[in-house]
Structures are given as C-alpha cells and as structure tokens.
Design a protein around this ligand. Structure first.
Ligand code: PMV
Length: 319
C-alpha cells in the first residue's frame, strides 16, 4: 500500500528596506525569493511515533529526542498544540531546503512555514493552512528561538508576496505591494554567518543608551521605507536604488554593517548598480544590489571578484 503523503513549500526572503527599525514599529518591505525554497513532506504510518528527517543536514531523529531549541521540532510542536489533536497518528516529517542557512534569507522561517502548512494540509485543517495562520504559528517558532522578532520574516514566507509590514497592536499591518516595473536584484553572500539575535540585541542596548538618537535613526529608516513603497508601486527604479543607499547609511550608523558587507556594497556601486545595502540582521549574511538587466553581468562579476561566496539573481515581476 502506498503511504499517504502531503507536501508544502515556502520560499526564501530578503528584506529590501527597514530591517532593525521594523522591530521598533517602523514600516519595512520584504519580498519572497522563490528561487530557493524549503519543502516539507508529511508521510503517515511508516514507523511508530513521530520521526523528523532533515536529509540535507544528515539528521534523522524522534520528536521526543529533539533538543529544547530545535526549530524543526518546535514547528511540529507548535502545530500539534494549535491543532489540539487528541492523538497524532504515526508520522514521518521530512524537510529539504535550498535556502542557505543563517544568511538573512529566512531559512528558519521558511522551514517552519513549510512544516506547519504541510501538517495542516495533511490533517485537512483548512483554517490552520491559511496564510495568516501559517504566519502566526511560524512567528511562535521564531519567537521561541530569537526572542523579539518583528514578524516580517514569517509574514513574507507564509504569504509569498511582496509585503509592506508594520509591527503594531492589536494586529500587524500587512499590505501587499503592487510592483510598477520589474525589480532585478542580486543577493550576495558574505559567507559570514549573520547572528541576527546578536545584532538585534546590540541595537537594543544602543537604543537604551541613547534613545533619542536611535529613535531618529529608526524614523529615518521608516521614511525611507515609505518612499520606497511609492517608488516600487510607481516603477521608479532609479529612485529606489538611491533609497537603498540611503537606508544603508542609517544601518551603518546603527553599527550593523561589517567590513565584508561594505566591500560587497562598494563593489556593486562601483560596477554600476543602482543601489546596494545589507539585508536582514547585518554583521554578515547577505547584501542586495538593485540592477538593470544590462548591468547585471558586470555587477555579478564584481561581487564575485570582491569575495562574495555566492550570488543569487532574482526578479520581482511587475503586478
Ligand atoms: O536576519 P534576518 O533576515 O532574519 O532579518 C532580521 C530582520 C531584523 O529586522 C533585524 C529583525 C526582525 O525581527 O525584523
């Protein structure tokens, strides 16, 4: 008999504008990166209990053996408690991912979203399979692991749409962005792991030490994100490049850039990119460069020559 299986996937993501300031209630913009994905598969009844498999990491273990901070196990547990299932059948949950880990591309959020959606679909729970619920449950996993995430990562990977996001009570503002003209981005990896939690903690300490300076910096990032939204919607690609460069100045002032990021940003700008900035927590991880089709090969070559470990190209289609 063929085992019953259910599959779901979630994309990677990049933050285009507003990282860090978004934790303090300012708007930010993020887009899905669909070239890379996490895929979860739920298969029933192959062995007793719940088996977790992460073949890319060479891991194969039982749910009850997982460490406290294991994000994969957390995603399964968060689903089980939200679904309120009295008894789970024997299951194998397996995850594969092409999203580079710990580099600001949202690998953890995408893994959790894929697992939660696959389980919800498998158990025919139409409510928990909705984007909003997948996002909320993924946020719970992120919170357990990262402390004070803004919620933008889980939102963009669960909705798989470009989003304008603002953290607020009682519900976050989540708006889908229209895209006036296609946006072509190069995403370059410094090869240095990006410790988001540490960068977020450092920004918090600096904000506590000098709140008025940091509030001004966050306000400036918020204004950049608002202008960027307009530039994306009206297709003003050159203006968008200038706004990326401006956002990078503010991120530098928050001390979340790094020599490796600055080297790649300079290489992108010198080879003709319309704008460039770090993306995500900073201190490593990825930077992004906005390019035209004609500029792309030269900027890609310059990024690799400047030491980028990998460069991913993505196009956000006009909508
Ligand atoms: O490092 P990433 O891509 O997960 O992005 C973190 C973005 C921050 O704004 C720094 C933190 C957050 O929770 O929004």
């Amino acid at each position: 008999m063929t085992a019953i299986s259910t599959e779901a996937a979630a994309p990677g993501k990049v933050i285009l504008f507003g990282e860090h300031a978004v934790v303090y209630g300012r708007p930010a913009i993020a887009i899905p990166v669909t070239q890379v994905r996490a895929t979860a598969m739920v298969t029933e009844g192959e062995q007793p209990g719940i088996l977790l498999q992460a073949p890319d990491l060479g891991r194969d273990y039982r749910l009850e053996e997982a460490d406290e901070g294991d994000p994969f196990a957390r995603a399964v547990q968060v689903f089980i408690s939200a679904a309120g299932l009295p008894h789970l059948p024997d299951l194998t949950v397996s995850v594969r991912s092409t999203i580079p880990i710990a580099s600001g591309l949202g690998s953890g959020a995408a893994m959790a979203a894929a697992v939660i959606r696959a389980l919800a679909l498998h158990f025919g729970d139409a409510d928990l399979a909705q984007d909003e619920q997948v996002s909320n449950l993924t946020y719970q996993v992120e919170k357990l692991l990262h402390g004070t995430p803004s919620g933008i990562d889980n939102t963009v990977v669960a909705y798989e749409r470009p989003v304008y996001f603002m953290r607020q009570q009682p519900h976050n503002l989540i708006e889908t962005l229209a895209v006036g003209r296609p946006l072509r981005l190069l995403i370059a990896d410094t090869g240095q792991p990006s410790p988001t939690k540490i960068a977020v903690g450092d920004v918090r300490r600096q904000w506590q030490a000098d709140p008025s300076r940091f509030e001004r910096l966050f306000d400036s990032c918020g204004r950049v994100a608002e202008s960027a939204r307009e530039a994306i919607e009206t297709g003003q690609v050159e203006q968008l490049g200038r706004l990326m460069t401006e956002n990078q100045h503010h991120l530098r002032d928050m001390t979340v850039s790094s020599p490796a990021l600055e080297t790649l940003i300079a290489a992108a700008e010198e080879s003709g990119a319309l704008g460039a900035k770090l993306s995500g927590g900073g201190r490593g991880g990825n930077m992004i460069a906005l390019v035209t089709e004609a500029q792309e090969p030269a900027v890609q070559a310059a990024l690799l020559a400047a030491g980028a470990r990998a460069v991913i190209g993505t196009v956000l289609a006009a909508s």
